[in-house]
Design a protein around this ligand. Structure first.
Ligand code: MD6
Ligand code: FE
Length: 200
């Protein structure tokens, strides 16, 4: 395992081994069984290319009214709890930090990407965000606190874990594209990204 620091983002390459990845995918399939993936609308009314769901006390949501956290799935069902193997990564990488109350699950199909954005819908930015990549590799772009800041990219692969904390907590970042079919973890291809956050 190697650890890189890029623009203040800490990237733990190869942190989760093949068996850990399989266990995590199984747990996430159970989450998506109870709280099915959906395509949120952007505030501009277009469906996002990434499909999403959540686990934990809060789930991230977007529609014409904007970005926010909601306390149930759009169907009205409660969000499932955050799977233990996912929480274990938080405990290991940001020890002593209050446990997250949201695990956002993002699913990227062949043509999905995520534009440059900041994670800024939480109450207290002194808490880190931890992100776990599973399945196909993706180009992750990292900038700074201003959208115009220069960016650097790294390839995130299955089992990599990123910690965004300190000055990087509010840095711009996004996914340019995935390398569809580069991993055999998900039978149908695609990429899962889990982001753990403290919301309120
Ligand atoms: C992704 N990740 O990897 C998108 N956000 O698919 C994020 O948007 C992200 O990796 C906050 C912290 C780390 C991240
Ligand atoms: Fe993000």
């Amino acid at each position: 395992m190697t650890v890189l620091t890029v623009n203040g983002f800490t990237i733990h390459k190869g942190r989760i081994g093949p068996e850990g990845q399989e266990a995590m995918v199984k747990a996430i399939r159970a989450v998506a069984g109870a709280a099915p993936l959906f395509s949120p609308l952007t505030p501009w009314g277009r469906p996002m290319r990434v499909k999403m769901t959540s686990a934990g006390r809060y789930g991230w949501y977007s529609d014409r009214r904007g970005y926010r956290y909601i306390d149930r799935h759009p169907s009205g069902a409660p969000w499932p709890s955050i799977p233990e193997p996912v929480l274990a990564e938080w405990r290991a990488l940001v020890p002593g930090t209050r446990l997250p109350d949201c695990c956002l699950v993002n699913f990227y199909g062949r043509d999905a990407r995520m534009g440059l954005h900041r994670d800024a819908d939480e109450r207290d930015f002194s808490f880190p965000v931890v992100s776990i990549s599973l399945g196909d590799a993706a180009t992750f772009r990292m900038g700074g606190p201003s959208r115009a800041d220069p960016t650097r990219s790294v390839m995130l692969e299955s089992g990599d874990v990123v910690v965004m904390a300190g000055a990087a907590r509010l840095a711009y970042h996004g996914i340019d594209r995935i390398r569809f079919g580069s991993s055999r973890l998900l039978t149908e291809g695609g990429r899962i990204n889990l982001t753990l956050r403290v919301v309120d």
